[in-house]
Design a protein around this ligand. Structure first.
Ligand code: 5GP
Length: 125
């Protein structure tokens, strides 16, 4: 079920548990600002999730409340993950779902990185 992106942060969400080490993950990259790990249900040959370490529900919450340092650190981490995976030349797709119409399911901001094949049109019609 999609979440309501206006809700307060739920510290029991699955990505908060991953950040606390309570649930295992296949880490791709980690720094002070972000953690990147393989999606448990990949929808492309490469499907990585990049999440900020801070407690933010969605892109909306993050862009409104995060510090400039957190935002820069997170955005750079997404770029770093893609470059390190060799995705710049073949190309890749970033996606952030927000709230009900965005079909966001986990209420901790995450950017999907999809790659590894031509990804087709942007949205299903
Ligand atoms: P959303 O629809 O919120 O943008 O995407 C949530 C994503 O999180 C989905 O692609 C789903 O497969 C992934 N996911 C949900 N639970 C887990 C988990 O426990 N571990 C990992 N690695 N991915 C998860």
């Amino acid at each position: 079920m999609p979440i309501d992106a206006t809700q307060p942060y739920d510290s029991q969400n699955v990505f908060a548990k991953i950040l606390r080490g309570e649930i295992p993950n296949r880490t791709v990259y980690e720094d002070e600002w972000a953690l990147a790990f393989h999606d448990i249900n990949p929808q492309a040959p490469l499907h990585v999730l990049v999440i900020p370490k801070g407690a933010y529900v969605s892109w909306d919450d993050f862009s409104a409340r995060a510090s400039a340092e957190e935002i820069a650190g997170f955005v750079r981490a997404v770029g770093h993950v893609a470059r390190e995976a060799g995705l710049v030349e073949p190309g890749y797709r970033l996606l952030a779902n927000i709230g009900g119409h965005g079909h966001q399911e986990v209420p901790h901001l995450h950017v999907h990185v999809f790659a590894g094949r031509p990804l087709g049109p942007m949205l299903a019609r």
